[in-house]
Design a protein around this ligand. Structure first.
Ligand SMILES: [Zn+2]
Length: 465
């Protein structure tokens, strides 16, 4: 959604990632638990790819899930927590614009037929674009931290995308910049490319450059996914973007189309037969265009569909809120065709698969990273419980086996009291592990509030009601 539209940026985005990404990124330092990184055993109802285990156990060692069972593992010195909650994989958000989410929601004065229209709307410029541009150079690090916190309080453990900057070390995993997956052996070479805009049809040279670079990414085995914001609108201009991509042979298994609002069965069949996936962002689409992707047709054609909020400016505040919206859309417009399990998969396993990180995260199974979300809810309906959950219901979030956020009671089992920062989330307080966050949230909030005040703008709320 960001306001970037010329070929220079597209070229920069790709070439920077291709040529410099390897060298620019700092090594992600794992925070050390105050209790010596002991093994962890979590008890709770566990949502696994093979079904739900009622009151089971997850053993976590060295950041990874070692065992998932209905029997308690025999491990000496483990920190054992009976969460009495339901445990899911951490949510994987593959469509967001993290630093923008410091700004309050924007209510468009009209509906548009493509994204280039609202980006040029004076109301958008005044309310969103200009304030953002006034902040970004001096406050990117704080803006990213705040955006990551907004995601984290909604259960997200991985997010795409942010901007490249050394200060971004990943409270949640930034999938395009310092995901933490590639450690020291691959020196933070990220495997995902995120492209914001296809150059317009009026600039064939830029389009050709784009196509050449996209082919390089597709042919390079180091890259696992090429996300492109495409066909965001309802008009012929939006549909032509897809037609162009298709005509250039760029539909391929690494390809992920974000939006795809005007696509119909024939386009989805072409995507499915080439292994190209779709990211569905219904709330932002409805707010801006009054229409969203025909997700039913996409699924019928066999396209993999992930769900993500786009951004909080016109979409959802976090993944849980987008789940609420999709659930409501499903009931009202899809005849309840999507099952609860399908909706949960759309924010966990499927985004991990289409991003090529399902060998690392997105499911609870031995060998994967311990990126986990624990909520309170109805154990008899574990999938529905996540769809119905609010940020207040989150008991614990672990990333890489590190409990980074949750209820003070749970977090106190892992951290000293002085390591925990109290964060107001709606009407309740949660605890953030300062050694994991590597920032003081209160300081981030103060700096952003002061900077925004100058422009007469308030800081966006952490969760939205
Ligand atoms: Zn977007």
């Amino acid at each position: 959604m960001m306001k970037t539209r010329n070929r220079i940026l597209v070229v920069i985005v790709i070439t920077l990632s291709l040529l410099l990404g390897t060298y620019l990124q700092p090594v992600l330092a794992s925070p050390t638990l105050s209790k010596d990184s002991l093994p962890i055993v979590l008890r709770g109802t566990i949502v696994t790819p093979d079904g739900v285990i009622k009151h089971g156990y997850i053993l976590i060692e060295n950041g990874r899930i070692m065992d998932v069972s209905d029997k308690q593992p025999e491990v000496k010195n483990a920190i054992k927590i009976d969460t009495r909650g339901i445990i899911y994989p951490g949510l994987v958000d593959v469509h967001n614009h993290v630093p923008w989410n410091v700004l309050p929601r924007w209510n468009p004065p009209m509906l548009y037929t493509n994204r280039y229209q609202w980006r040029a709307d004076p109301d958008f410029l005044q309310e969103v674009s200009i304030p953002f541009n006034n902040l970004i150079n001096s406050y990117l690090c704080d803006m990213n931290s705040y955006g990551e916190m907004r995601a984290l309080v909604g259960g997200t453990t991985s997010i795409l995308a942010t901007r490249a900057n050394l200060c971004i070390h990943g409270l949640v995993r930034n999938l395009d910049y310092n995901s933490g997956f590639y450690g020291t052996t691959e020196l933070n070479l990220e495997h995902i490319i995120n492209v914001l805009d296809l150059p317009p049809a009026s600039d064939p040279v830029a389009r050709q450059t784009f196509t050449q670079l996209a082919r390089i990414v597709i042919a390079n085995p180091a890259y696992e996914a090429l996300f492109i914001h495409l066909s965001e609108g309802t008009d012929a201009v939006s549909l032509e973007e897809f037609t162009y991509i298709q005509s250039q042979g760029l539909l391929n298994p690494k390809g992920v189309i974000i939006h795809g609002i005007p696509l119909g069965p024939s386009q989805f069949e072409a995507m499915a037969s080439n292994g190209t996936s779709l990211v569905w962002s219904p709330r932002s689409n409805i707010v801006l265009y009054g229409q969203t992707a025909d997700v039913q047709a996409a699924l019928d054609a066999g396209v993999q569909v992930a769900l993500a909020p786009d951004w909080a400016i016109t979409g959802s505040s976090n993944m849980l809120d987008e789940l609420h919206f999709a659930d409501q859309w499903n009931q009202e417009y899809l005849g309840g065709h999507l099952s609860d399990e399908q909706l949960v998969n759309m924010v966990t396993r499927i985004p991990a698969q289409i991003a090529g990180i399902d060998d690392e995260t997105g499911a609870i199974q031995p060998g994967l990273r311990a990126d986990l979300l624990v909520i309170s809810g109805n154990h008899d309906h574990a999938y529905r419980a996540l769809i119905a959950a609010n940020p207040e219901d989150i008991q614990l979030v672990l990333i890489d086996g590190v409990p980074v956020y949750g209820d003070t009671k749970e977090m106190s089992a892992f951290w000293n009291e002085s390591d925990l920062e109290q964060i107001q989330v709606g009407d309740v307080y949660k605890a953030l592990a300062a050694p994991a966050a590597k920032f003081s949230f209160a300081h981030v909030v103060n700096r952003l509030r002061t900077a925004l005040e100058v422009q007469g703008i308030s800081l966006a709320p952490l969760p939205e009601r």
